[in-house]
Design a protein around this ligand. Sequence first.
Ligand SMILES: [Zn+2]
Length: 218
Amino acid sequence: MRRLSRLLDDNRAWADRMRQHDPAFFHKLATPRPPEYFWIGCAENAMPDSAMPGMGAGGPICFDTLGNVVADADMSCLAAIQYAVELRDVKHLVVCGHYGCYAVKAALVGERLGFADARLGSIVEVRDRHAEALGELATTRERWDRLCELNVIEQAMRLGRTPVVRAAWEKEREVVIHGWIYNPRNGILRNLGPTLSRLEDAACAYRQALSRSTAHFR
Ligand SMILES: [Zn+2]
């Protein structure tokens, strides 16, 4: 309880600091403005908000899901995508994973997590699709890192296959999907790809993203 109480105290201290630094900070935050990004991240919340100072207050529309999975049957996820693309006219959709993802590790080694297994099934599919490439890596750590990357790439591709994004592209609307990964060991975000802006480019962007080796990101 003391730790929870401290969270509330820390929040009040943060609000006081922000007001001292910029008296209009909360006024600007409360004023609606068009969001520029839709962010699908991992529910493990490995990346602190302060890692992206350029994003600023009132930043992206966020949807966090275990292992940053874009699940075809997840109505919450699909509704969030539709809200961002169709109702808020967001142009940039970012799927962001992270190294050290516990959900990815569970999928890699076949650990059962209970209710979360329904979400992990999507990552297990990624593991099985790339079993040969993963098998060429020498250590569990390397396979884990690579599966974190592959999962970002595959979930970004899934996002491009959702009805909302396909419909937007068919109407020639500007909607761009990005695959990024965060490294909690050094605080760096990297663009893994694929970068997708239309259906016709998907296969090429997918091959390019896969061709980048794990070593490239170290
Ligand atoms: Zn994670």
